[in-house]
Design a binder for this molecule. Structure first.
Ligand code: PLP
Length: 446
């Protein structure tokens, strides 16, 4: 009997990943649902890892990939151009704002962010600014799991474990404006948080600072934290003042997830470099990309080219998936659906917060919604960590056939939280279904 056949469904597989957690064996998936081998159905309220934007089992994406497999399954990016990569680059450049039209393909989110950091550094070297190397991140935050991306991630356990290999970079606080107790308006608080970037730059020495990296709307680490409007313009102003590059990590927020093509499009942001992945292939193939302006890419190319390149970068089948996904996003109006259904979901989550007062601070944009769990919501007292409320919440939901997203981050003011991020094809009725199960789950947690 092969190792795979010997796995008891629902028992501890542990054959291909290093974890003690037992998980059911997935059997099939369609739309916003997955089924395991025992026939149990799960609502995908997290779109996998917030990546299956067009939903499961999309025939147009699958057929496009099959057609590409029949023509060319692989052609090395340093030997051949391939039509799918060229088309996808063009399609992306058409949709991205403010001159972000130089595209580079990689195989995932961490690689995309890692490549952004490397491109920024190469730009500095190519433009005679060798002393610039520090990349300021935020606490808490998540930018990936490779050593370079961990260095800019704000998570005490993740970064301290690997320090000094991926020595942590300077961090500034994420804009948790709703936590402040002062007489300032939300926009004034936004400015105050943005000014902390300037303070950090001055503390570090402006000539040593290369870039600032942030998610326009916080994802895994902050459960859909939306900064105030004032934050964005001030951040750009500060970056310009000190000649610092602005990198937007849109790995989770990109490709319609928040009700605009990019999360930053809610504020007409002008990042110099953007990381994309997740929704770009919607989980049909490993794919990521970075987009940058000519101002950044030009000097790097002139100096000899980008010192990057993985075997699977620009893979034709992955890019075929990307082209088909963008086609489906347009054909099905998924950016608009995310915006409209996001408001329905917000209303329902706020109603749940009324029913279960320990759920508070419902926030987000589009189908990218989150909330926090508090011991005392008025005082914003977090739940004791040893209760493991976020893990219990995920498990209780899973037992009831609903998948939601929750990740405990160590560091910063965040308490236990969760996100509801179903595929962008989700209907009003399906949101009702999600909320009914979530209500039962919170009842069991209370
Ligand atoms: N950046 C952000 C904002 C993410 O949310 C993630 C993953 O959750 C990553 C980067 C890393 O992406 P991946 O898991 O594809 O390496």
């Amino acid at each position: 009997m092969s190792a795979v056949q010997s796995i008891k469904i629902g028992s501890r597989p542990n054959l291909f990943h290093f974890t003690r957690r037992s998980q059911p064996m997935v059997d099939r998936a369609d739309g916003i649902y997955l089924w395991d081998k025992s026939g149990r159905r799960y609502i995908d309220g997290s779109s996998g890892a917030v990546n299956v934007n067009v939903g499961h089992g999309n025939r147009n994406v699958i057929d496009a990939m099959k057609r590409q497999l029949d023509r060319v399954s692989f052609a090395y990016i340093f030997q051949f151009e391939n039509e799918q990569a060229v088309t996808l680059a063009r399609e992306l450049a058409d949709r991205l704002p403010n001159g972000l039209d130089r595209i580079y393909f990689v195989s995932g989110g961490s690689e995309a962010v890692e490549a952004c950091l490397k491109l920024a550094r190469q730009w500095a070297v190519a433009t005679g600014q060798d002393k610039r190397w520090k990349i300021i991140g935020r606490m808490p935050s998540y930018h990936g799991i490779t050593l370079g991306t961990l260095a800019v991630t704000g998570d005490d356990v993740l970064t301290k474990t690997f320090d000094p290999i991926g020595r942590p970079m300077p961090l500034v606080p994420a804009p948790f404006v709703h936590r402040n107790r002062d007489n300032l308006s939300v926009d004034e608080r936004g400015i105050r948080y943005a000014n902390m970037l300037e303070e950090k730059i001055l503390e570090q020495g402006p000539e040593s600072v290369l870039a600032f990296i942030m998610e326009p709307i916080g994802g895994a680490a902050t459960a859909a934290l939306v900064p105030p409007d004032s934050y964005f313009a001030r951040i750009r102003e500060i970056c310009d003042r000190y000649g610092i590059l602005l990198i937007h990590d849109e790995v989770m927020t990109g490709i319609g997830r928040t009700g605009k093509f990019l999360g930053g499009d809610h504020w007409s942001c002008r990042p110099d470099i953007v990381a994309l992945s997740k929704g770009l292939s919607s989980g049909y193939a490993p794919l990521g990309a970075l987009a940058a302006t000519e101002r950044i890419v030009g000097p790097v190319v002139a100096a000899g080219g980008f010192l990057h390149g993985h075997t699977y970068g620009g893979n034709p089948v992955a890019c075929a998936a990307g082209v088909a996904v963008l086609g489906e996003v347009d054909r099905l109006g998924l950016v608009e659906n995310s915006a409209v259904m996001g408001e329905v979901l917000r209303g329902e989550l706020e109603a749940l917060s009324g029913r279960f007062p320990f759920v508070a601070d419902v926030r987000g944009k589009g189908l990218f919604m989150g909330a926090e769990l508090y011991a005392d919501p008025l005082a914003r007292t977090p739940l004791p960590q040893n209760l493991n409320a976020n893990l219990r919440l995920i498990d209780l939901a899973f037992e009831r056939g609903l998948i939601i997203y929750s990740r405990r981050v160590r560091g910063g003011p965040v308490s236990d939280n969760f996100m509801v991020c179903p595929p962008l094809i989700t209907t009003r009725e399906q949101i009702g279904e999600i909320i009914a199960v979530l209500g039962d789950t919170l009842e069991a947690l209370a």
